[in-house]
Design a protein around this ligand. Sequence first.
Ligand SMILES: CC(C)(COP(=O)(O)OP(=O)(O)OC[C@H]1O[C@@H](n2cnc3c(N)ncnc32)[C@H](O)[C@@H]1OP(=O)(O)O)[C@@H](O)C(=O)NCCC(=O)NCCS
Length: 190
Amino acid sequence: MSGGVSDGALSEAAGLAGPGGSSRKAAADGSSRSSESAPSLALRAATEADLDAIWAIESAVFGAEAWSRDLMRDELNADLRCYLVLVDEAGAIVGYGGLLAVGTEGDIQTIALSPETRGAGQGRRLMNALLDAADERGVNEVFLEVRADNPVARTLYASLGFEEIGIRPRYYQPEGVDAVVNKLQMENRR
Ligand SMILES: CC(C)(COP(=O)(O)OP(=O)(O)OC[C@H]1O[C@@H](n2cnc3c(N)ncnc32)[C@H](O)[C@@H]1OP(=O)(O)O)[C@@H](O)C(=O)NCCC(=O)NCCS
């Protein structure tokens, strides 16, 4: 795994602050898998100074379903959150993800990588860092929602030990795509 600091240390350093936030959506993934070696990416806690870069990815990846910039700012500053960013050697943010941890329950609020960063293990790395952060906060169960038409994300979550426990019909509007609700019992984490 590349990057200057261990993921565990980074998730320990990840910021928490203020209320707010809603659970999320997921885009279908049009990327292809890359056999090229991944560039060296650092993983660190996000700050409000990262908002522009995060929102640029958010709006490009999720389009009509993207969070507003204000909501994203609120999320970065909210209590009980852990937002992490992947940063390339030039200092550009190429991915981000967020966890909400309330008591023993966690929610993966969002995760997205720029298209050119996908398929090289960085999404799994980011998810594992968020799950490490959940573990450090005493979370026993982690939930997330994913679009039914997002096989890449669904496969990733299943490989981490998530189980698909329900469907929210036509959850993603305006397209009317179902959401698949996933749950991870932390003791089943892989
Ligand atoms: C979903 C996402 C975060 C995954 O990150 P990634 O870096 O592309 O995925 P990784 O390279 O870490 O691969 C993790 C697993 O995903 C699956 N996967 C990745 N790319 C895939 C592809 N093109 N086809 C099928 N499965 C794929 C595999 O199970 C893979 O595990 P493996 O390499 O051990 O076989 C990323 O693709 C992304 O940002 N997509 C757009 C936004 C999005 O859909 N977010 C999810 C919202 S719920």
